[in-house]
Design a protein around this ligand. Structure first.
Ligand SMILES: [Zn+2]
Length: 250
């Protein structure tokens, strides 16, 4: 037991050192949310990031004039799981061990990680929310589907609290949670806006199925400030639609 604990401590320290080295001044490709390596320049930082500037189906978007269709409410089959909460230098990420997933028309996707942006990256009719969570899913073919959950300021959110309490303050830090049940974070209505987009961080990979829940959930001002104390602004600006349509169910 003692040996294991020692091993874990050493791993944590090494991870911290590597991250510090990675963020060194000689790494000009380190992307960020402010100039000179901010969103306007991501596409030029590295050839692998070129889609960030040349892509035609990028995310996030301002959701307007969604077309009403018969999309079913999101079909979720999440289960409680152990998880890590890590500070990766761009956001706080929750990575479960085995937390179930979702089923879309295109098939089943496993839940792989969740992270946060402030303010929300998605806009709805021009409105920004103070926080969003992106629940990233992957199918057997490696294709991605993201569920976006919007937060508005209001009541204390007891489901979010253990995650916020575990957030490592420094880049490279990792904490462990015995039980995360992402299903409890979701609103009562699982109606979604659906559109095809991309990762909102480099390399801005396209072909991502976006499912933005139409109903926000709440968090308290204190909870929002706890996240913003670590990341005051980590949202990519909205991207051009370029003729894409957004569908909405319900
Ligand atoms: Zn995201």
């Amino acid at each position: 037991m003692k040996k294991q604990l020692l091993g874990a401590t050493i791993t944590l320290i090494v991870a911290g050192l590597c991250t510090t080295a990675w963020a060194g001044a000689d790494d000009t490709a380190a992307w960020s949310y402010s100039a000179p390596n901010g969103p306007q320049n991501w596409g030029e930082l590295k050839s692998e990031y070129s889609l960030c500037s040349s892509g035609k189906t990028q995310s996030p978007i301002d959701i307007r004039d969604a077309i009403k269709t018969d999309i079913e409410p999101l079909n979720v089959a999440y289960q409680p799981s152990k998880a890590t909460v890590s500070n990766n230098g761009h956001t706080i990420q929750v990575t479960p061990v085995d937390a179930g997933g979702i089923t879309l028309d295109s098939g089943r996707y496993s839940f792989v990680q969740m992270h946060f942006h402030t303010p929300s990256e998605e806009m709805i009719q021009g409105r920004t929310f103070p926080l969003d969570a992106h629940l990233v899913h992957r199918n057997a073919a490696g294709e991605l589907a993201v569920v976006a959950l919007l937060f508005e300021e209001g009541a204390h959110n007891p489901v979010l609290e253990p995650i916020l309490a575990a957030m490592p303050k420094h880049t490279g830090g990792i904490a462990h949670l015995d039980r995360v049940n992402v299903a409890q974070l979701l609103p009562a209505s699982l109606n979604t806006y659906f559109y095809m987009g991309s990762l909102t961080t480099p390399p801005c990979t396209e072909g991502v199925r976006w499912n933005v829940l139409t109903t926000p959930v709440q968090l308290s001002r204190a909870q929002l400030e706890a996240f913003q104390a670590l990341y005051p602004m980590n949202a990519r600006p909205v991207q051009p639609l370029n003729g894409r349509s957004v569908h909405v169910g319900g």
